[in-house]
Design a protein around this ligand. Sequence first.
Ligand SMILES: Cc1cc2nc3c(=O)[nH]c(=O)nc-3n(C[C@H](O)[C@H](O)[C@H](O)COP(=O)(O)OP(=O)(O)OC[C@H]3O[C@@H](n4cnc5c(N)ncnc54)[C@H](O)[C@@H]3O)c2cc1C
Length: 283
Amino acid sequence: MKGPLAFLAKRYIAGPERADAIRAALALNKSGIGAIIDNLGENVTNPAEAQESVKEYLSLLDDIRSTGADSTISMKLTHLGLDINKGLASRNAETIIRKASELENFVRLDMEGSAYTQATIDIFLDLRKKYPNVGIALQSSLLRSRKDSRLITSHGGSIRLVKGAYKEPASIAFQHKSDVDANFESMMKTLLLTKTRPAIATHDAKLIKEAKKFASEKNLSKDSFDFEMLLGIKRALQRELAKEGFHVRVYIPYGRNWLPYTIRRLSERKENIWFVLKSLFER
Ligand SMILES: Cc1cc2nc3c(=O)[nH]c(=O)nc-3n(C[C@H](O)[C@H](O)[C@H](O)COP(=O)(O)OP(=O)(O)OC[C@H]3O[C@@H](n4cnc5c(N)ncnc54)[C@H](O)[C@@H]3O)c2cc1C
């Protein structure tokens, strides 16, 4: 990793190799925290690249099994060829999910920008008919997500609820953080009651507190949902929740294609912009 963003990438990404991600997962496991490993990559433009990604995920599943790491996996359909065609992405996803099923592992489809929302849900619903070990992510920033959530949970699908990392226009998305947060809270409460094992994926301490309060008021078991966070963010809170007996998983990205992911993390926090600018003037 080189350039002004490289030092930031090191905070958020395990390293370039699969072994780096496995090492990070095993270290988290020691504190009672599970992992979700993601091979970085998106928007591939030829089938050979998509095939490489499938191969890497199959090896990743083998390595998770052979090292005994407590880790699921997460992937983006555009890394598997969604920009080339939907059928290719779906077949590639199925190859990985089938192997994960044989190894009793779980695969979550990340949610990308709004151009891919419908295709991601279509592919998910299709695969979910055959494979109970697949889940999906939905973004509380999108106006459509509440409806999508109802549809997916009616098929028993597990949803990772996130705020959303992509800038979307006012015609389809909430533009104020307070609205995104309010929609997150409301969707989160609905999901917690669905018995579909949702993942509450946020670092927002207020929303996490609200989830804990709601779960306790409704007598929900700590085994009925997960908290998920990203590598390098709110580490103390991750450990605290695990100590309290909640299921916590941390999303661990690895790979050489680290720039788009790092830019998304950078834009979530204005302090990060200052770090980058400062580093440009430091020797
Ligand atoms: C497990 C997991 C999987 C995800 N998968 C997806 C996905 O599939 N699709 C998608 O669109 N988005 C995904 N996201 C990203 C998500 O949409 C948000 O962009 C991200 O989580 C930041 O929002 P927040 O909920 O933490 O709330 P915010 O209100 O943005 O942040 C709450 C607090 O967390 C801390 N924080 C947040 N971001 C950062 C950062 N980058 N660096 C340092 N501190 C930070 C700050 O203290 C901040 O005040 C995922 C997030 C998680 C945790």
